[in-house]
Design a protein around this ligand. Structure first.
Ligand SMILES: Cc1cc2nc3c(=O)[nH]c(=O)nc-3n(C[C@H](O)[C@H](O)[C@H](O)COP(=O)(O)OP(=O)(O)OC[C@H]3O[C@@H](n4cnc5c(N)ncnc54)[C@H](O)[C@@H]3O)c2cc1C
Length: 443
């Protein structure tokens, strides 16, 4: 598997991950333009949610000539590989943390920004004939062991002022909803929903091309040159120049794409298994209904949902290096987590899984993304830490505004560059040590 810290660039013509979404989704994606234009007002690198939202906004609202260059096919990165949890927020920090650091007013302003992201997502849903196959049942954040309950409860007590519709489920209430020895209490977030990530990519890509954006697939940027005030990008399909370039490559960003962002993100593999459809008896035994999203309180979280056809999607952190990503032990590890979460699914966990795939998420050193300009004419957004389905919708819009010289709201995402990892060469070693510690803690 492509590894951003090892390979020079992804693509061209790498096939999509063999995911459940690719196998079970019937949709139209716009086709790639055949020739790479020599110039554009703005070039966007990467055709995932971030890049497509930015391109759409630049073309539709600012009438810019935009060319999106994608290393492989549209949505080849995380945007067609994720679990489809549309939830409020991004990164790993909650409102309590923001409130403590920056005050209540800023924490509320962050909430408003998250709501804008949801509103944009709902618009994209309206542009999809299948309505993104949404499953609206909210999201359960579950205390996976008894000593996680007090912390979760404290979190809820603070959360209520920001999200008054959330609900606390004590041990008895959660045991009626999720039949698992690893569910001791939960917070229910009613606004969240499950979606089909490939349909979201397709909806965005269609809107972007309808607004005049040129999409070029199989054109990885291989070299970047600055000529006067122009950025000249060398791709496998030729060269293209513009005064403005948006880097929307997120967890797939090759190490040396541009010096200004080198060492500011850690690409981390997130992996997912999808089982065969559960039998009625199995579904009744585990309790969760077919529209709820579930995530636990581990440092290295597990998350799961039932898909519209009754399969169980179960995800968590994967291998550390790209070359290990497909090793069967990582799928086995997720199956073991299914068994400990749901002993009633013992039989299922001895069967081969129908789908197993992974993708690179971008982790920021201080746990939250930044949308900023690292150099004149260069703009980027990355570091969502695996929570980007909802937030990328607004991040793309903000990127476009930034590129057009507008002032962004005074929120922490827009005020500073991504911090550089100390000793970037040792990022993987630090990640390995962190995984050992987190696993030991949640045992
Ligand atoms: C298994 C998994 C499950 C997840 N589940 C969830 C979830 O349930 N909810 C949630 O909120 N988030 C989830 N995420 C994270 C979410 O998918 C991402 O945050 C989001 O898709 C990021 O979108 P993006 O457009 O920024 O990046 P991506 O979709 O990753 O797009 C980056 C693109 O850049 C391209 N690229 C890279 N280098 C070059 C180059 N040199 N030239 C040209 N193109 C290049 C890549 O080919 C890629 O297509 C999950 C991620 C994974 C991997």
């Amino acid at each position: 598997m492509y590894d951003p810290l090892v390979d020079s660039y992804p693509g061209p013509q790498r096939p999509h991950a063999r995911s459940y979404w690719q196998a079970h989704t019937d949709t139209d994606l716009p086709s790639s333009a055949t020739a790479l234009p020599e110039r554009a007002d703005c070039i966007v690198i990467g055709a995932g949610y971030t890049g497509l939202n930015a391109a759409l906004e630049l073309a539709e609202r600012y009438q810019q000539q935009v060319v999106v260059v994608e290393a492989n096919s549209i949505g080849w990165g995380c945007s067609t590989r994720n679990a489809g949890f549309a939830m409020p927020g991004t990164g790993r920090r909650g409102y309590a943390d923001w409130q403590k650091r920056l005050g209540t007013e800023t924490a509320f302003a962050i909430r408003t920004e998250y709501q804008r992201a949801f509103a944009r997502l709902e618009q994209h849903l309206q542009h999809c004939p299948q309505q993104l196959q949404v499953q609206r049942g909210g999201y359960l954040k579950i205390a996976h062991q008894p000593n996680a309950v007090a912390g979760l409860r404290a979190n809820y007590e603070n959360l209520k002022q920001f999200e008054p519709d959330t609900q606390w489920l004590d041990a008895e209430a959660i045991s009626k909803r999720v039949h698992s020895p690893q569910a001791h209490a939960a917070i229910h977030y009613p606004q969240s929903f499950g979606l089909n990530p490939l349909l979201l990519t397709a909806s965005l890509a269609r809107q972007a091309t309808n607004a005049g954006v040129t999409l070029i697939e199989d054109a990885p940027v291989q070299h970047w040159e600055k000529v006067g005030d122009q950025h000249r990008l060398h791709t496998s399909k030729g060269q293209i120049s513009a005064r403005k370039v948006i880097i929307a490559t997120n967890g797939y960003t090759p190490n040396h794409l541009h010096p200004s962002i080198h060492g500011r993100s850690l690409p981390v593999l997130s992996s997912v298994i999808v089982t065969r459809p559960l039998t009625t008896a199995e579904r009744l035994a585990i309790g969760i209904n077919s529209t709820e999203l579930v995530m636990d309180t581990r440092t290295l979280k597990y998350y799961y949902r039932l898909l519209p056809d009754g399969r169980l999607l179960f995800g968590g952190r994967g291998a550390i290096r790209g070359k290990d990503a497909q090793h069967p032990r990582y799928a086995k590890h997720l199956l073991e987590a299914v068994r400990s979460s749901f002993p009633a699914l013992e039989r299922l966990t001895h069967e081969p899984v129908d789908y197993y795939w992974s993708g690179w998420v971008s982790v920021a050193l201080d746990d939250y993304p930044r949308i900023y300009s690292p150099e004149q004419g260069v703009y980027t957004s990355m570091g969502y830490c695996g929570a980007g389905v909802t937030f990328t919708q607004i991040a793309g819009q903000r990127l476009a505004e930034l590129a057009m010289g507008e002032e962004l709201p005074p929120l922490p995402f827009y005020q500073s560059p991504l911090p550089k990892f100390p000793l970037p060469h040792f990022r993987r070693f630090g990640q390995w040590a962190f995984y050992q510690l987190a696993r030991w803690r949640s045992m």
